[in-house]
Design a protein around this ligand. Structure first.
Ligand SMILES: [Zn+2]
Length: 144
């Protein structure tokens, strides 16, 4: 379970609640349709391929490649003003049907490029993440 009432409130009934609960246990889990075996991300109430509503939340090795990225300069989230600029990545997960998942870059930007290999880590919940754990990515060749 997650630590804060705010996090619990955010996730109540959300299709991606198991994702966040797994992250809190330092696991990356992605829903896989129990009927057609398709990987589904973002999580949703029904499979977009076969409409099944049963998913296996499958643990996935947190490795991927950079599909796209951007450097954020605008203070979208007031509590992150002191972190500006930061890099947001769209990471393709080869161990989960190549679904693409968002996260922030942790550490050095050296080697940041489309296709660069990255390794995921879980950052502890904070005010900047509304009390939720955060999936972050390190460039694999920068020492991650
Ligand atoms: Zn399906």
């Amino acid at each position: 379970m997650l630590d804060t009432d705010e996090a619990e409130h955010l996730l109540r009934g959300a299709p991606d609640a198991p994702f966040w609960e797994a992250l809190a246990k330092d696991e990356l889990r992605v829903p896989r349709c129990a009927a057609c075996a398709g990987w589904v991300w973002p999580a949703r109430p029904a499979c977009p391929t076969c409409t099944s509503t049963t998913f296996d939340w499958t643990e996935v090795t947190p490795e991927g490649t950079v599909y796209s990225w951007t450097r954020v300069w605008y203070p979208f989230v007031a509590v992150r003003v002191d972190e500006l600029p930061y890099v947001v990545l769209v990471v393709e997960l080869p161990h989960a049907g190549r679904v693409r998942i968002l996260g922030t870059l942790h550490g050095d930007e050296a080697g940041l490029a489309i296709g660069a290999p990255v390794n995921g880590i879980v950052a502890a919940p904070s005010a900047a993440t509304y009390g939720l754990p955060a999936l972050q990515w390190l460039l694999a060749e920068a020492g991650g």
